[in-house]
Design a protein around this ligand. Structure first.
Ligand code: BDP
Length: 661
């Protein structure tokens, strides 16, 4: 063990932040000028704010990213398995200090559950962001270099343990690999490196043909293989710690190995071979579906299970949490647990494409946590998604988790102040999925707004309930994909676009008719339930045992079907929408009560958005219930408020996107 640094630090008094003007640009962190350049200097500078004297020491016995903090006299000593680990230890101290929970004595030992904790930016090279609701790209907008902003971004990520970032959209432009863009990537990598972050790129599978002028991009073509080897060498000359590639192939019109009659494995392995000598990885996405198939939810499993065992050891299959597409509630994708020989990583969506963009307050830790703790039963009880992906269930040496970022050039980074909590909780859960959504909400609130217990108690409850509220006012009881074709923001369950891909239309999913509603994925329908292990398979397959909150995902049931709650389906559907709406109304009044604890600027900003969320919840409730009522032909139960809008009126809404983006 060698002592790298010893610093006695004096308490630095921060300039008090005026309670009237806070634009949120500091996120959850203390305001700080950073001039430090190395990882250790950053660590030492950051802990100054805590007023403690801190010793830093490397300890090679610890896991590479693990750290231990112990009291030492009046100060503390941090030992870490690497400089990066010491930085994480430093941020642990800063977090405790900022959250007002400074321990008198320290005896802490931490190391992350996943090796690669990665943000995926769906940023286009022209500066726009696909499904971004917080302004344009911090990496590409205007072709400008923004080292100070990148530094702050690196700091924020390091503070929650995120150690990688994919800088461009999965719908990738081949141009990201040209000399000019690689130079920019090199520049970004240099700023992020001291914060322990590696950069990755999404690649377009046709790059050898489009960029290299080859006759095709067939992965078995030697020239194509050589082209990738050379390209990878060029990248590593510029960025020696480059992380690797993320690939969306043969999905939603993107090119891929199937264009040449090759499999996903053959495509992934070609890239993996090029990256292997440098330690790079391939994250190959399993987000595939074909419009002619009767059930989109089955396709990733059907296409990837036969390939299990065929991938190189530096390939990870990246799978969205749910089998359709980041809906407010989905069951987990059955590939988790089922794919045994290949490391599988989860992709979560932090940006709120299907959760009200940056207008709705929807705290996603309950969603992520529900998913990570879901039991796949693949190796018996306790085979949670978390354990199927963190390497512990099947002993894979490589483990990873990704979140689609919600970051843009907006002053507060994420559009909505509370959307910062989704970036934050993704990082915290990637570090340790045993943390509860409540713990994370409280520590985020305390760092971001106020330590006062009355504030924390109310605000954390508001956050914790917000996800279920969103499920209820948008798509309760397992409904999914009811959103509008054009923008994915509001409801359009009636949507009919002549000649459209059927699997892009809500009616493909809700299948409402005069008998009932829901997608029969049981053994009498598409058979998707068979992709799950027992006892889940039978539980989901049987309409009597399928949980109410996933019922319409797995079953088509009659309007008068008795739910587990004892109500009829129609009644419970109506009451769910109503309850979601009431929850938002309560969020509005709670936030009003919390005014004394929050600076005026951020309070007003959030209040304004809560008002939008409330009117949107009415829009969702009226739109969905009035439309489904044309099939159910039943009245709303007496305790459900009457519709405010008329269906014909709602059908005419065409969204002005500039308002929301
Ligand atoms: C869908 C998004 C689309 C993405 C796609 C993906 O609407 O913009 O490109 O997912 O993940 O949800 O590839």
């Amino acid at each position: 063990m060698k002592i790298v640094h010893r610093l006695l630090l004096v308490l630095t008094l921060l300039a008090p932040v005026a309670l009237s003007a806070d634009n949120g640009s500091n996120l959850w962190l203390p305001a700080a000028e950073q001039t430090a350049e190395t990882t250790l200097e950053i660590a030492a500078t950051e802990v100054a704010v805590t007023g403690r004297s801190v010793d830093f020491a490397l300890n090679e016995q610890l896991p590479e990213e693990g750290f231990v903090i112990r009291s030492k006299g009046a100060g503390v000593r941090i030992e870490g398995g690497s400089e990066r680990a010491l930085l994480y230890g430093a941020y642990r101290l800063v977090r405790d200090w900022k959250a007002g929970r400074t321990a008198a004595t320290y005896a802490v030992s931490e190391s992350p559950k996943y090796d690669l904790r990665i943000l995926n930016h769906w940023d286009n090279l022209n500066g726009t962001i696909e499904r971004g609701y917080a302004g344009h790209s911090i990496f590409w907008e205007g072709g400008l270099s923004r080292p100070e902003l990148w530094r702050q971004y690196g700091r924020a990520n390091a503070s929650v343990g995120i150690n990688g970032t994919v800088l461009n959209n999965v719908n990738a432009s081949p141009q990201v690999l040209d000399a000019e863009h690689l130079k920019r990537v090199q520049e970004i990598a240099a700023v992020l490196r001291p914060y322990g972050m590696r950069v990755y790129l999404s690649i377009n599978f046709s790059s050898p043909a489009v960029l290299g002028g080859l006759e095709n991009s067939d992965p078995l073509n030697r020239k194509v293989q050589r082209w990738w080897r050379e390209k990878v060498k060029e990248i590593y000359r510029l960025i020696p710690d480059f992380g690797g590639f993320l690939v969306k192939a043969n999905s939603e019109g993107q090119p891929g190995p199937q264009d040449f009659g090759r499999t996903h494995a053959e495509g992934a392995n070609m890239l993996a071979d090029a990256l292997k000598p440098f330690g790079g990885v391939v994250m190959w996405r399993a987000f595939v579906y074909n419009p002619t198939e009767p059930d989109r939810a089955k396709q990733a499993y059907d296409e990837f299970m036969p390939l299990d065992g065929q991938f190189r050891d530096n390939v990870i299959v990246q799978v969205k949490n749910g089998p359709v597409d980041f809906q407010p509630r989905e069951p987990f994708t059955p590939l988790f647990g089922a794919m045994r020989k290949t490391p599988v990583m989860a992709e979560l969506q932090i940006t709120q494409e299907y959760l009200g963009f940056s207008n709705h307050l929807v705290y996603q830790a309950p969603l992520y946590s529900e998913f990570l703790h879901a039991d796949t039963y693949a190796e018996g009880a306790g085979s949670t998604v978390a354990r199927a992906t963190d390497g512990s269930l099947y002993g894979h040496p490589l483990s990873a988790i990704a979140g689609v970022a919600n970051v843009g050039l907006d002053a507060n980074w994420c559009g909505h102040h509370f959307a910062q909590a989704n970036w934050y909780c993704f990082g915290r859960l990637a570090w340790d999925y045993e943390l509860t959504p409540e713990e994370i909400a409280r520590e985020w609130l305390a760092q971001t707004f106020s330590h006062e217990e009355e504030f924390l108690a109310e605000a954390s409850q508001m956050m914790l309930r917000s996800r279920e509220a969103c499920v209820e006012y948008m798509m309760p009881l397992g409904l999914h994909h009811l959103f509008a074709w054009g923008h994915h923001y509001g409801p359009e369950p009636w949507c009919a676009v002549p000649g459209a891909r059927p699997d892009w239309l809500p009616s493909y999913y809700h299948k409402a008719d005069t008998e009932g509603i829901g997608f029969d994925r049981s053994s009498t329908g598409s058979g998707a339930t068979a992709q799950y292990s027992e006892p889940l398979r039978s539980l989901y397959d049987n309409v009597a045992t399928c949980p109410d909150n996933l019922l319409l995902w797995f079953h088509h049931v009659g309007w008068d079907h008795r739910m587990q709650s004892g109500q009829t389906l129609w009644e419970q559907l109506c009451r769910s929408y109503e309850h979601g709406l009431l929850e938002v109304a309560e969020m509005c009044t709670t936030w009003e009560r919390l005014k004394p604890y929050v600076d005026a600027e951020r309070h007003a900003h959030v209040a304004e958005r809560l008002a939008i969320q409330f009117s949107d919840a009415i829009w969702w409730k009226d739109g969905c219930l009035l439309y489904f009522q044309t099939f159910s032909r039943r009245p709303f139960p007496a305790d459900v408020s009457p519709a405010v809008h008329r269906l014909e009126e709602l059908k005419k809404i065409r969204l002005n996107m500039t308002h929301h983006n």
